[in-house]
Design a protein around this ligand. Structure first.
Ligand code: ASN
Length: 482
C-alpha cells in the first residue's frame, strides 16, 4: 500500500514538474509570453487554410513581436475563457478583438486602441424582424462574456427578449440562420465581415453601431508592463510606417476565401480531410496523449482510492468516500475551469493547460474508478476473506493475495468502460484552450462553415480510436483471464 502511494505521488509530482517546466521560455534570451486568443473571430483572429493563425490582430501581434524582440505561444480558446486566463495570470496577454470598456479597465490594462468598433445586431436574411421592439418574446443568440452580450443584456428587459448563450460567434450565427433564435448581437466589423463572405445574416444597424468604442490588447492589471509597453511601442511604429494600414486592408479588401480556401476546394469530405490533414493529425495526437496520460494516472489514483475504500482504517475509508463524493459530483467542465482558472491565483504559479487537463482527468475519472474498484473488492464473497484469515493470513496479506486479484478480474469490464469515457471526456478540455480533436473541429468549422461534414469526420475519428481502444482492452482482458 505504501509503495503504491509512493509510486503514485512520485508519478504525479514528476508530471507536474514537467508541466510547470513547460511554461518556462524556450529561449532564455528573448522574453516569451503566453497569449490567449479567440481564434473564431475573423477578420481579427482565425486560422487560414494552412492552419496558421492569421487576421488583423494576429498580423499586428506577429509584426510587433518581431520588431520588439519577444516570442509568444498562442492559446486559442473561447473569448470568455481567454479573458479569464489573463485575469488569473494563466496567460500573459489577450488579443481577441477585445473592446476597451470601463468595467474591463478594472481588471485589465489596455494597449493603445488599435481598431474602431461597436455593437451591431443581425437577423436571418429574410427575417420579418426589423427593429429591436420586434424582439419581444423572441430569443436572441449571444456569445458569452462579450461586449455584444453585455449590450444585449442591458436592453433585455426594455425589449422583452430571451437569451441563449454560445461560446463562439460562428455557432451563434448558425443558430440564427437555422431559426432557433431570431437575432444575434456582436461586433459590427465582425458581423459585416461574415455577411460579406456569405454568412446568410442581415445586419440591422450597419451605419450606427451601439456603444461605439475601440479594441485593445490587454494584460492583467498591474502585471506584464514590459509586454504592454513593447506592444504600444511596436504599434506606434507600425502605425507610422504604414504596416498597420497594409495589414487592415489586406483583410478587409480581400475575400475570406483568399485566406481560408474556397468552398469548392473544401466541400467534399476528402477535400476537407486533405486540406486539414495536419490539423486533424495534430488534434488527434493531443487527444491520444491526454487520453493515455489520463488513463494511466487516473487508474493509479482510482486504484488507490478503491483500496483505501476497503481498508481496515475508518479514517482511510472516510477519506476515500469523501474524495469520490466530491469529484464524482462535480461536472468535469467546472473542475477544469477551477483548476485552470481558479487555482493559479491561489497557488501563485501558472498551471499549463495540459497539466490542468490531466489533473482534471485524474480527479474526475479517478473518482469513478475508485468507486467501482471499491465496489469490486466489496463484491468478492465474504467467505473468501474469512477462509484466508482462518488459514492464518493477516488482513493485509489476505487482501493482497486473495481479495485484490479476484476483485480486479471482476472490474475489468468497468475499467474498459472507464477508458472509453476518459477518451471522450478529453473533448471537454477544449474549453481550457487545449487544441485537441474537438477544438480542432471548432476552428475548422469556423473557417469553412462545413459543420455537418467536419463534425462527422471528428465523430468518425473518435469512433475509430474508441474501437481500437476497445480491441486492445479486450485483448488484455483475454490474456489476463487465461
Ligand atoms: N468583441 C468581443 C468583446 O470585446 C470579443 C470577442 O468576441 N472576441 O467582448
Amino acid at each position: 500500500m505504501k509503495k503504491v502511494l509512493m509510486t503514485l505521488v512520485t508519478a504525479v509530482a514528476a508530471f507536474l514538474m514537467v508541466g510547470v517546466a513547460a511554461v518556462k521560455p524556450a529561449q532564455a534570451s528573448k522574453p516569451h509570453y503566453i497569449i490567449a486568443t479567440d481564434a473564431t473571430y475573423a477578420p481579427f483572429d482565425f486560422q487560414d487554410k494552412n492552419n496558421q493563425y492569421v487576421g488583423i490582430d494576429q498580423d499586428i501581434l506577429a509584426t510587433i513581436a518581431k520588431r520588439e524582440g519577444f516570442t509568444y505561444e498562442l492559446k486559442p480558446m473561447s473569448f470568455n475563457a481567454a479573458t479569464q486566463a489573463v485575469a488569473s495570470s494563466q496567460a500573459d496577454g489577450v488579443i481577441a478583438g477585445m473592446s476597451i470598456t470601463d468595467a474591463r479597465k478594472q481588471v485589465f490594462d489596455f494597449s493603445t486602441p488599435y481598431y474602431r468598433s461597436g455593437i451591431g445586431w443581425a437577423t436571418a436574411k429574410n427575417s420579418k424582424i426589423k427593429s429591436l421592439s420586434d424582439l419581444k418574446g423572441k430569443t436572441v443568440a449571444l456569445k458569452t462574456g462579450t461586449a455584444g452580450a453585455q449590450y444585449a443584456e442591458s436592453i433585455q428587459s426594455k425589449y422583452g427578449f430571451k437569451i441563449t448563450y454560445f461560446s463562439d460567434s460562428d455557432t451563434s450565427y448558425r443558430d440564427v440562420i437555422n431559426g432557433n433564435t431570431v437575432a444575434t448581437f456582436g461586433d459590427l466589423p465582425v458581423l459585416q465581415y461574415a455577411v460579406k463572405n456569405g454568412t446568410e445574416l442581415k445586419v440591422q444597424n450597419p451605419k450606427d453601431p451601439f456603444n461605439a468604442g475601440d479594441y485593445g490588447f490587454a494584460v492583467k492589471k498591474g502585471s506584464n508592463a514590459a509586454l504592454l509597453a513593447a506592444f504600444d511601442k511596436g504599434f506606434a511604429a507600425i502605425k507610422k510606417d504604414g504596416t498597420y494600414d497594409k495589414i487592415v486592408n489586406k483583410y478587409l479588401d480581400a475575400k475570406a476565401s483568399t485566406f481560408t480556401g474556397s468552398a469548392a476546394d473544401n466541400n467534399s469530405v476528402t477535400g476537407i480531410l486533405r486540406s486539414n490533414s495536419s490539423a486533424f493529425w495534430h488534434g488527434l495526437k493531443e487527444t491520444l496523449y491526454l487520453t493515455i496520460v489520463g488513463i494511466i494516472l487516473a487508474t493509479l489514483w482510482g486504484l488507490l482510492l478503491g483500496v483505501m475504500g476497503v481498508s481496515k482504517s475508518k479514517f482511510l475509508r472516510g477519506l476515500s468516500t469523501t474524495i469520490i463524493y466530491i469529484f464524482r459530483g462535480m461536472p468535469m467542465m467546472v473542475l477544469a475551469f477551477f483548476i485552470y482558472i481558479g487555482l493559479p491565483s491561489v497557488v501563485g504559479t501558472k498551471i499549463p493547460a495540459f497539466t490542468a487537463g490531466v489533473l482534471t482527468l485524474i480527479l474526475n475519472e479517478g473518482a469513478y474508478t475508485g468507486a467501482f474498484v471499491r465496489g469490486g473488492f466489496n463484491s468478492v464473497d465474504n467467505g473468501q476473506m474469512e477462509a484466508a484469515r482462518s488459514l492464518g493470513l493477516s488482513h493485509g496479506k489476505a487482501m493482497r493475495k486473495v481479495i485484490i486479484p479476484q476483485g480486479l478480474k471482476l472490474m475489468i469490464p468497468s475499467f474498459i468502460n472507464q477508458f472509453i469515457i476518459t477518451l471522450k471526456d478529453t473533448s471537454i478540455l477544449s474549453a481550457i484552450g487545449i487544441l485537441e480533436l474537438t477544438q480542432t473541429g471548432t476552428l475548422i468549422v469556423t473557417r469553412n462553415s462545413q459543420g455537418f461534414r467536419v463534425w462527422a469526420i471528428i465523430a468518425m475519428i473518435y469512433l475509430i480510436v474508441i474501437t481500437l481502444l476497445t480491441w486492445l482492452s479486450n485483448w488484455v482482458e483475454k490474456r489476463t483471464q487465461a
